[in-house]
Design a protein around this ligand. Structure first.
Ligand SMILES: [Zn+2]
Length: 389
């Protein structure tokens, strides 16, 4: 048997650096719970332990499939366009505007993680918000932003990460949480997320990690992110995020806009913006009726919005392409096992015939063979030796 401490909850996910979460670099972060070993955002599942487990909603996906002998291909490397982001200026350059259509990204997350409607909405909003924040704050293409909504609600998350190359990924811990609808009939994301804090990790291009956190206002994601922008950047911003599900829970439309008020913006511009956005709790109706550009026209009416021509900065299509993709791969999954002692690894080989490593970010599973486990170095690496991507 694998001997490991058993905490009440798995450790919080750290910023995933090169497929190995920061938590994984510290062996004390390894914990066993219900037969699953948590390493930050990676689970390692022991077939031996599985036998005594009762699958629940959270983990049944991990146990269901018969082990596959080798790495199975995944569409995550196919950088197909799943969404688009446009940007512009309004009110004589006093307002910065970003808008993203993320319907296929939210749907990809829903199917990968088998999400019910409220987690779909929460994660879709968080991923869209992470993308908008990335393009608002990032100074260079190498930066990365991770949002962790650490509320006391039943959802556990959402957690989303985005980068200026248009990639985004994310997950929630409990995929089937469905609190009662709000009085207005909408999905109650705030109740699922709960009260707590929003933790924002920014990995800068010089590899410095900049961490900050703000208190959650409502757990509804958009206003929490607007508050973060105000507190961290001293930039008043409006953010609207929306995900609409229909039918069997498929995503019908998802997207968001962010408007940042730049310094010295005249008061009348701010008042006009507030009048335009006031009382809007959702933009999905607008996105469905008028599309992304039409939504901006409506929301910024009277503010002389001018879309930036992105084709002159290298985006041939005139927009920034977005996609759900993950940086996990077989080698990183295998590397996660380095943090187990030679004895523990021997038990994996002899008792379990290998190990299964599951990436929480994207849901991909890796069946690690005994030969691969034997190929691992017997000495534990120090953090500096973990190669960067
Ligand atoms: Zn992954």
């Amino acid at each position: 048997m694998i001997v490991a401490p058993v905490p009440e909850e798995p450790p919080p996910p750290g910023l995933d650096v090169d497929g190995l979460p920061q938590a994984a670099r510290n062996k004390t972060a390894i914990s066993a719970r219900n037969g699953i070993i948590f390493l930050g955002s990676i689970s390692i599942c022991y077939p031996q332990a599985k036998k005594s487990l009762v699958p629940n909603d959270q983990f049944s996906r991990i146990y269901n499939p018969a082990p596959k002998p080798y790495f199975f291909s995944s569409p995550r490397y196919n950088k197909q366009v799943m969404g688009r982001l446009i940007r512009g200026l309004a009110a004589d350059g006093n307002l910065r505007v970003l808008a993203a259509l993320t319907t296929d990204i939210a749907e990809e997350a829903r199917t990968r993680h088998d999400l019910s409607p409220t987690p779909t909405a929460a994660l879709g909003r968080a991923m869209t918000g992470a993308l908008l924040l990335t393009f608002l704050l990032s100074k260079t293409p190498k930066e990365r932003i991770t949002l962790q909504f650490r509320g006391d609600g039943p959802l556990g998350g959402p957690i989303a990460e985005a980068a200026p190359d248009g990639m985004v990924r994310g997950y929630v811990k409990n995929t089937r949480v469905e609190p009662p609808l709000r009085p207005d009939g909408k999905l109650n994301v705030g109740a699922a997320v709960g009260q707590g804090e929003l933790k924002v990790d920014r990995l800068l291009s010089n590899e410095e990690l900049y961490q900050s956190s703000t208190e959650l206002i409502s757990g509804e994601i958009a206003e929490d992110l607007a508050r973060y922008l105000w507190q961290s950047e001293q930039a008043p911003s409006a953010m609207l995020l929306g995900v609409r599900v229909h039918g069997q829970g498929e995503v019908q439309v998802a997207g968001g806009i962010a408007v940042q008020v730049l310094p010295d913006c005249p008061d009348e511009v701010v008042r006009q913006l507030e009048a335009n956005l006031g009382g809007r709790s959702s933009i999905t109706d607008l996105l469905l009726e008028r599309g992304l550009e039409g939504t901006l026209e409506t929301l910024l009416e009277g503010l002389d919005y001018q879309e930036t021509d992105l084709s002159v900065v290298g985006y041939r299509e005139g927009y920034i392409p977005l996609h759900f993709s993950c940086r996990c791969n077989r080698q990183r999954a295998l590397n996660a096992l380095v943090y187990f002692s030679p004895l523990e690894r021997q038990e994996m080989i002899e008792q379990d015939g290998g190990a299964e490593v599951v990436c929480h970010w994207c849901g991909d599973k890796y069946q690690i063979t005994p030969e691969e486990i034997r190929s691992l170095p017997t000495e534990e690496p120090v953090a500096q030796e973990v190669p960067r991507a």
